[in-house]
Ligand binder design. Structure first.
Ligand code: PBG
Ligand code: ZN
Length: 327
């Protein structure tokens, strides 16, 4: 009888020092992009009820927050704007003195060494809360794309370092790339929300951004939750149209998509751990049902292990503090 040869995998797990040495996936601060919500007014820091630890901030407060973020070693933020006035065509989105445009100018003037990404969509700016201009209840694709290109250019003119279209209209990356180049912004990269699903996990964000659609939903442009091949098609199209970084969103429930996108295209790949993912962990932790810090790190490590090169997460500040504490 052949001698039984036990494989002793546990040998590498007894010593915590060795465990750390052989860990294949480690979070670093360079993985982090912190989403922020900016509103009109002064000295405002409104807590978002469904997202403990997240706030709507006026520009002055936001600038101070950005200094703190930079001091923590977080390299990048992504900005979402909530305008005072909304209309049918979302004109606040591409106004030279819009909320995002002024916020970016203020940050660029007062904060050094922070990479500023702007989210490009219309839903925060339209009175009906849809991601584009409407004909009845239909979103008009090509008309919307023209406005998104205008929005992107106005963000670049304000000093944005990277443009992130989140609308899921067809042809928007092409239109944005063309418009940016035409205006002399060849150096500004595009991070496209390439595979963005019609997800129930966005609920808390819509409170934060005040962008819940007045009727209907986003299923005519965001992807169906059951589809994976379609995600690869969407990503491929965005790359052909000029995307420099492609994003999968949400993250935790779509690790297979992150893995496939990274494997197939090898491009820098971002993943968005969205509001609902954050809120669920926070809520369970606040009830003492889970160890919040531990699950935070576990969820983000899993997203990175799946293939994400960078993660948009509301935990960014807590992760940076965690990294400082444990190094
Ligand atoms: C806007 C946009 C949304 C998110 C990012 N950009 C909401 C949506 O599509 O309804 C979601 C982010 C989150 O849930 O944290 N198009
Ligand atoms: Zn939108």
């Amino acid at each position: 009888m052949a001698e039984l040869n036990i494989k002793r995998h546990r040998r590498l797990r007894y010593n915590p020092i060795l465990r750390n040495m052989i860990r294949e996936t480690n979070l670093t601060k360079n993985d982090l992009i912190y989403p922020l919500f900016v509103v009109e007014g002064e000295n405002i820091k409104n807590p978002i009820k469904s997202m403990p630890g997240v706030f709507q901030m006026s520009i002055d407060t936001l600038v101070e927050e950005c200094k703190e973020i930079t001091n923590l070693g977080i390299p990048a933020i992504i900005l979402f704007g909530i305008p005072a006035h909304k209309d049918e065509v979302g004109s606040g989105a591409y106004a030279a003195d819009g909320i995002i445009q002024r916020a970016v100018r203020a940050i660029k003037k007062e904060v050094k060494n922070l990479f500023v990404i702007t989210d490009v969509c219309l839903c925060e700016y339209t009175s009906h809360g849809h991601c584009g201009v409407l004909n009845g209840e239909d979103i008009l694709n090509d008309e919307t794309v023209q406005l998104l290109a205008k929005e992107a250019v106005s963000h670049a003119e304000a000093g944005a370092d990277m443009i992130a279209p989140s609308d899921m209209m067809d042809g928007r990356v092409y239109a944005i790339r063309k418009a940016l180049d035409y205006k002399g912004f060849q150096k500004i990269p595009i991070m496209s929300y390439a595979a963005k699903y019609a997800s129930g996990y966005y609920g808390p964000f819509r409170d934060a951004a005040e962008s819940t659609p007045a009727f209907g939903d986003r299923r005519s442009h965001q992807m169906d939750i059951g589809n994976a091949n379609e995600a690869l098609k969407e990503v491929e199209t965005d790359i052909q149209e000029g995307a420099d970084i492609v994003m999968v969103k949400p993250a935790g429930a779509y690790l297979d998509i992150i893995y496939r996108v990274k494997n197939k295209f090898g491009l820098p790949t971002a993943a968005y751990q969205v509001s609902g993912e954050y809120s669920m962990i926070k809520a369970a932790a606040m009830n003492d049902w889970i160890d919040g810090e531990r699950v935070m790190i576990e969820s983000l490590t899993a997203i990175k292990r799946a293939g994400a090169d960078m993660i948009l997460t509301y935990f960014a500040k807590e992760v940076a503090a965690f990294i400082d504490k444990h190094q």
